[in-house]
Design a protein around this ligand. Structure first.
Ligand code: DX5
Ligand code: ZN
Length: 223
């Protein structure tokens, strides 16, 4: 079993509240924040997170608000996203000159701290911060857009991080984001993932509740 985090990047922003309710059988709601600098796309900021938070409180109180910051200098915005209601703030290791300090700044706000790694980034950047992380996010596409195909080369990285978490007795979530679909979920969970982010795999599905259930079950398909 895995936790499922539908990404609102693939939702209809014109009716965001209803879109969140439509995926409220999931455990988390994933919010992709892009600045047009770290990634070649611009999406949303703290005011939208505040709206997600209001919807969550009113209509889906169990959902964890999971903010994935694909922005340069994320330290400048930790307070804004914490104030807006983020439960998890994940920063990219590639954007942090002082990753340990950034993790501490997130945790000081009472928010869970995640560190994301681009497909090309070695898990060794986590060597001296892993025990401080509440979540590790392995990007399985190059970040910036929904609807891309999962890069197969991430599997050994997921396995290596899983081994290290287990060996060190660290209970951090291991999240995978990008190209996650019902047909590859079982392989990701087998490799060690505990949280599956899925944008198009949920929001473009004809039956979102079923897609979420299949992702959570992460069963090997019968062929
Ligand atoms: C990509 C984002 C993802 C994206 C995933 O940069 O971080 O969260 O929404 O979308 P899919 O599941 O469609 O690949
Ligand atoms: Zn994301």
């Amino acid at each position: 079993m895995a936790l499922v985090a539908p990404s609102i990047l693939s939702a209809d922003f014109g009716q965001l509240a209803q879109e969140i309710v439509s995926v409220s059988s999931a455990d988390w709601i994933h919010v992709d924040v892009m600045d047009g600098r770290f990634v070649p796309n611009i999406t949303i900021g703290p005011p939208v997170v505040r709206a997600v938070h209001a919807t969550r409180d009113a209509m889906a109180p169990h959902m964890i608000i999971d903010c994935h910051l694909m922005i340069v200098e994320p330290d400048r915005y930790i307070d804004a996203f914490a104030d807006a209601g983020a439960d998890v703030i994940t920063v990219h290791a590639e954007t942090c000159n002082h990753l340990d300090r950034t993790i501490q700044a997130i945790k000081a706000r009472g928010v869970q701290a995640g560190v994301a790694l681009n497909p090309h980034t070695s898990e060794h950047v986590l060597d001296y911060v892993l025990e401080e992380c509440d979540l590790v996010l392995v990007m399985s596409v190059n970040p910036g857009f929904g609807g891309q195909s999962l890069i197969e080369r991430v599997f050994p990285k997921i396995e290596r991080i899983r081994s290290r978490l287990d060996a060190q007795g660290i209970s951090a979530h291991l999240q995978v984001d990008g190209g996650v679909k019902t047909d590859n979920a079982w392989r990701l969970v087998k490799a060690g993932a505990t949280v599956l982010v899925s944008g198009s795999g949920v929001f473009k599905s004809p039956d979102r509740t079923q897609a979420i259930a299949e992702l959570a079950a992460a069963r090997r398909p019968l062929v």
